[in-house]
Structures are given as structure tokens and as C-alpha cells.
Design a protein. Structure first.
Length: 638
């Protein structure tokens, strides 16, 4: 029965391969048949290993089947082919996206490798793969540990296959923590190592990862040049995992370039490849993450949410997207649908899932680990010197490294303690400022309501009463009614100015322009508004809290200028850049407003407190008979 199953598997596999692949597989099976005739257990196990190696990254089920057959013949007291078979078996679970099972089996394989004192290359392969699995499990500190262990094994070797794998995996870890410059440094080293690499799978891995990291940095042309050859090679060798991975990176690149036709084309091709892979495979989940991001960007919020729910339901099987980011992206889709109840709920879930202190600790560990790696590279340069120089200088460098690490740890602790105290103090200060501003805004709203609902209505009643009382004195009555109506309109205008604008309906530029256009100014003053960016979509991406505070700052500054500066020309400018919002208010009047925080009245103090709540910087420039207020606010995403 087993022979019959084996024949069926081989026959179905043959149908999907090209002529060159058939020849390669035929040669391997011929060696298996010969080993079977000779009844040589080692040769049989070795032949099954080569067959499993062939199906790696092609067909996970076939690779697992042949690994299990090989392990039945492999001797447990010899590292070959026992350890390579164990590693290939675990890789099949990685291909299926079963991260928990892959970690358990990699740990078992590592214990077996240590028991048999296996070759350094086998130990390094297992350690690097363990690091990758823990990274996918979102446990970066464990990933760092195993990467570091692998690095110690490879620092004096010429094992370029494992070195390419390790350097590429480190680059992915740095890229996932938004440290793209360090990620680029490691992936370029991986590309150099891959030029001397015998394992074509590692060449694919390094090339596709390089394309992804360069794409994230906006180096789209260079990224595409790296990705297209990788995808073509993967197609020729019938390795759908690498084809899909490369297509995902291309989709991300063209999405950032807003090339919708290219995005649709590569997504259709990715859908065909996805159908040939397990639903829980890591590469499939990576494509699904990219798909929901593209759908959301195109405005297909319902379809994007459907993909996100699917990924959320599969987290117990395989975790590709960090859960806090998934919740945040779901909240943005609900916000796009104007379902603010669900949006608020998922924003809260994202906040609870995020652990900023943990991220800071991991970032610190990454920095420390990067320093250690750079130090090890310097030690490798020393190793190329003569043996006599090496024995003398190595000891010196050892003490230098130890002293550097000790000093670095001490400095890191001091810096951490200093910035932590500073951050706690700043957070407390910002909370006090926010409570003060919130109280002031509530009082504004109360005054606006009282003015609108009380004084305005009273004035309207007085006007109606006046019409009845002065029926015989027409001119006096009309003059008095006009005066009352003017007062009522001024009160209504004040109440509207006190009420905050609804930024979910208008953009900051629209609100400021409307305020400037209707602001009451002296007849001698010319007030104008300018904006650099006219794209409504970009203005809508300015956070509501930032827009609100900037709007209030404009009100306060213009009010002070109108009251105190005697200016004849006032220009309000809004400039929206990729990561920065700039407000400029120029007036040519008498310099009546102080340039320092400790000077001035309540209005300017309130302005500076509002500036702090949005993390901005306010500068006041005097000269050439004019005063310019410049507010710069950093934007995280625009």
C-alpha cells in the first residue's frame, strides 16, 4: 500500500514539472531504487532526503511525506542524513504556516544536533530558523537571542548559505521594527554573501527581501530591478512561495506609486498563485494583509474588513500581522464607512494590544545587538592578520569590547533613566495643560450656548416688543430695531466663534479660510488667506486634534493682531508637507506682541500651551517693520 501511495505521489508530481525538473527527479528516484535493491538504510534515507529537498518550497505535503519516509531509515546516532531530514521536516510546517509546531520541532532538532555534536552549518540553520519562527510569532526578544547564537557560530566560517539566510532574517527583523536604514545595511550584506551562495532558495530569499526593504524606503526603481529577476527565477523553478512573496512586494511598490492598473494586474496573478498554496501559509497571509491595505486605500472598506476578519480568525493558527496594527486598520475601515461606534471600539482594542514600553525595550535590545555585531565585524578584520599579531591584539580587543559593552550598558541605563524622568514630567505637564484647555473649551461652549439661547432670544423678544410699542414713531422705531438686530447678530457671531468647528465635516484649510473671510476687521486692515496644498484628501488626513488646536491658535493670534498691532496688511498661510504642517501669520503693524513666553497676556500663554499639546514649535520673527508667527507641527501620517 505504501509503495502504491508513493507511486501516486511521484506520478502526480511528475505531471506538474517541466522536462528539466523531470530529469532531475528521475535521477534522484533512480538512486532511491538502487538503494532499495541494495537494502542500504543510509542510502535509502539519503535518497529520501534529496527528494524532500527537491520538493521544498514547491509542495509542502510531498516534502513532508518523503522526510517521514527517510526518518524511518535514518540512524539516530549519526548526524547525516538524520539532522538534515529533521530540518526539512520542520520546514514543511513553516510552509503551512504552523508556527507553534515549527518552533517545537526546531527545538527538538536543535537538541538532537547538540547531542550528536552536529556540524556548525546544521546548528546555524536551526538557530536562524528558530529566530525566524519567533519573529513570526511576534516574540522579537527570542528571535534576537537565536540570531545572536547563530552569529557566534558563523563569525569565522565561510558558510555563505547560512550567512545569507541569517543576514536576510536580521534585515527583516529591523524592517519590521521600522528601522529601515539598519535593515538596508544588513540586506546589502546578505546580497553580497548570496553571490557566493550555493543554495538558490537563499538567493531568492535575499533578493525578494531586498526588493521589499528598498520599496519601503521609496527606492522603487531599484526595488523593482531586484524583484523581477527573482520572480522570473521562481517561476522557472516552479516555486510558488517565492513567486507570491515577490508579487506581494511588487503590489506594495505600485500601490505606493498609485499605479492602480499595475496593482490590479499583479493582484490577479497573486490570486492564481495563492490558490495553489495552503490557506494558512505565511506567504498567503502576507498577501492577504497587502490585499486589505490596497482595498482600503481604494475605498473598498467592506471587502477590506472581510479580509481583516479572516486574518483575525486565523491568528491561533498563524500570526502574520501584529494584532494591534490589525485592530487599528479595522478601525480606519469603519471610520471610512462612517461607522464611528465600531471605529472607536477597534481603536480601543488597538490601544490595549499595543505595549509601548515593550517596544522601547526591544528597540534598546536591537541597538545593543547591532553594536555587538559591528564589534564582531571589527574582530573578524583582526582575524585576517598574522597569527602572532592575532594572539597579541585579540586579547587587547577583548578587553576593549568588554569595557565598551560595560560603558555602553551604563550609558544606556543613564540615558534611559534621564529620558524616562523627562518623559514622565512632560506627560504630567501635558495632562495639566490638556485639562486646562478642556476646561476652557467647555466654558467657551457654555458661553456660546448662553449667548445663543439666552441673550440672542432676549434681544429678539425686545425687538418684537419695540415694534409693538413704537407703532406711531416709525423712524425712531426702525432705528432702534436696527440697533437691536445689529447687537443680536454680533452676539450670534461671538457664540459661533466660541463653538469649535466640526472637523469630521470640514478640513482645517476650509475652516481657517472661512474664519478669515468672515472675521470683522478695521476698514484700514486688509486680511487675506493663502494655502500651498489644495488637495482636500490630503487635508482630511490631518489628525482632528491637530486641526482643532491649530484652528484655535489662528483665532487667538488674529484676535491679538487685530486688537494690538495697528496693521494694514495681515496674511495667513497654511503649508501642508509630507510630514509637517506649517502655519504662518504675517502682519506689518506695530510690534505689540512679546516674543518670549514669560511676557504677554493670557492669550499668548494659551497659544503656547496649545502648541505643546500637538508637539509643535512656535517661533516669532521680528524685523523689517513686520512680525511673523511661524508654527510647525510634525505629522506622523499624511
Amino acid at each position: 500500500m505504501k509503495t502504491f501511495i508513493s507511486v501516486l505521489v511521484m506520478f502526480s508530481s511528475f505531471l506538474s514539472l517541466n522536462a528539466q525538473d523531470k530529469d532531475e527527479l528521475t535521477t534522484i528516484h533512480a538512486k532511491l531504487a538502487q538503494a532499495m535493491r541494495e537494502d542500504n538504510a543510509d542510502s535509502i534515507a539519503t535518497a529520501y532526503f534529496h527528494i524532500s529537498e527537491y520538493y521544498a518550497y514547491r509542495q509542502a505535503d510531498s516534502a513532508r511525506y518523503y522526510c517521514q519516509l527517510g526518518l524511518k531509515y535514518a540512524q539516530r546516532d549519526k548526524e547525516e542524513p538524520y539532522i538534515p531530514l529533521l530540518v526539512n521536516l520542520v520546514n514543511t510546517y513553516v510552509m503551512d504556516g504552523n508556527v507553534d509546531e515549527s518552533i517545537r520541532k526546531y527545538l527538538f532538532a536543535y537538541r538532537e544536533a547538540m547531542r550528536l555534536h552536529a556540524k556548525t552549518e546544521y546548528q546555524a540553520t536551526i538557530l536562524t530558523s528558530l529566530g525566524v519562527s519567533y519573529r513570526r510569532k511576534e516574540v522579537p526578544d527570542s528571535a534576537l537571542y537565536y540570531y545572536n547564537e547563530a552569529l557566534h557560530l558563523l563569525e569565522n566560517s565561510h558558510d555563505y548559505d547560512n550567512l545569507t539566510h541569517l543576514l536576510t532574517s536580521i534585515a527583516v527583523l529591523y524592517a519590521n521594527t521600522s528601522r529601515l536604514n539598519e535593515g538596508e545595511s544588513y540586506i546589502r550584506r546578505a546580497i553580497e554573501a548570496s553571490k557566493q551562495c550555493d543554495d538558490i532558495d537563499m538567493v531568492f530569499y535575499a533578493g525578494s527581501t531586498a526588493g521589499a526593504i528598498l520599496g519601503l524606503q521609496g527606492k522603487y526603481d531599484e526595488a523593482a530591478r531586484m524583484l523581477h529577476p527573482v520572480i522570473d527565477k521562481a517561476r522557472n523553478q516552479q516555486k510558488p512561495v517565492f513567486v507570491l512573496k515577490g508579487l506581494v512586494y511588487l503590489i506594495n511598490i505600485f500601490s505606493r506609486m498609485d499605479s492602480r492598473d499595475s496593482v490590479n494586474y499583479y493582484m490577479q496573478e497573486a490570486e492564481r498563485i495563492k490558490a495553489t498554496l495552503p490557506e494558512t501559509a505565511t506567504e498567503v497571509l502576507g498577501y492577504e494583509e497587502t490585499r486589505y491595505q490596497v482595498l482600503s486605500k481604494m475605498g473598498d472598506y467592506h471587502e477590506s474588513l472581510a479580509v481583516q476578519r479572516k486574518l483575525l480568525a486565523m491568528r491561533d493558527v498563524n500570526s502574520q500581522t501584529p494584532v494591534d496594527r490589525l485592530y487599528r486598520d479595522m478601525a480606519r475601515n469603519y471610520e471610512g464607512l462612517k461607522d464611528y461606534v465600531h471605529a472607536a471600539r477597534y481603536y480601543e482594542k488597538a490601544y490595549l494590544a499595543a505595549d509601548s514600553l515593550y517596544d522601547e525595550r526591544i528597540s534598546a535590545e536591537l541597538s545593543e545587538w547591532s553594536v555587538k555585531y559591528e564589534t564582531q565585524e571589527k574582530e573578524l578584520e583582526i582575524a585576517r592578520l598574522t597569527q602572532t599579531q592575532l594572539s597579541q591584539e585579540a586579547e587587547i580587543w577583548q578587553w576593549i569590547v568588554i569595557a565598551s559593552v560595560v560603558v555602553f550598558i551604563l550609558l544606556l541605563w543613564v540615558v534611559y533613566y534621564f529620558f524616562r524622568r523627562k518623559r514622565v514630567k512632560k506627560e504630567a505637564e501635558l495632562k495639566l495643560i490638556q485639562r486646562y484647555i478642556d476646561g476652557m473649551e467647555q466654558e467657551r461652549m457654555r458661553l456660546a450656548k448662553d449667548l445663543h439661547d439666552g441673550v440672542c432670544n432676549d434681544l429678539l423678544g425686545i425687538g418684537m416688543q419695540t415694534q409693538c410699542l413704537f407703532s406711531s414713531q416709525k423712524e425712531d422705531k426702525e432705528r432702534l430695531i436696527a440697533m437691536i438686530e445689529q447687537v443680536r447678530e454680533e452676539v450670534r457671531s461671538i457664540s459661533h466663534e466660541l463653538m469649535p468647528p466640526k472637523f469630521q465635516y470640514v478640513t482645517l484649510s476650509e475652516a481657517v479660510e472661512h474664519y478669515v473671510m468672515r472675521m470683522a476687521t478695521p476698514s484700514s486692515m486688509q486680511l487675506s488667506f493663502e494655502q500651498q496644498c489644495a488637495d482636500v484628501v490630503q487635508w482630511k488626513q490631518v489628525p482632528e486634534q491637530v486641526a482643532y488646536e491649530v484652528y484655535r491658535i489662528v483665532q487667538e493670534l488674529l484676535s491679538n493682531i487685530v486688537k494690538h498691532s495697528d496693521a494694514t496688511a495681515v496674511v495667513v498661510s497654511l503649508i501642508l508637507e509630507k510630514k509637517r504642517l506649517v502655519l504662518r501669520i504675517m502682519n506689518n503693524g506695530t510690534i505689540a506682541l512679546p516674543a518670549h513666553a514669560e511676557q504677554g497676556g493670557i492669550g499668548l500663554s494659551t497659544v503656547r500651551e496649545r502648541v505643546k499639546t500637538v508637539g509643535g514649535v512656535l517661533k516669532i520673527e521680528d524685523g523689517n517693520n513686520q512680525q511673523v508667527f511661524v508654527l510647525e507641527v510634525p505629522l506622523s501620517v499624511v
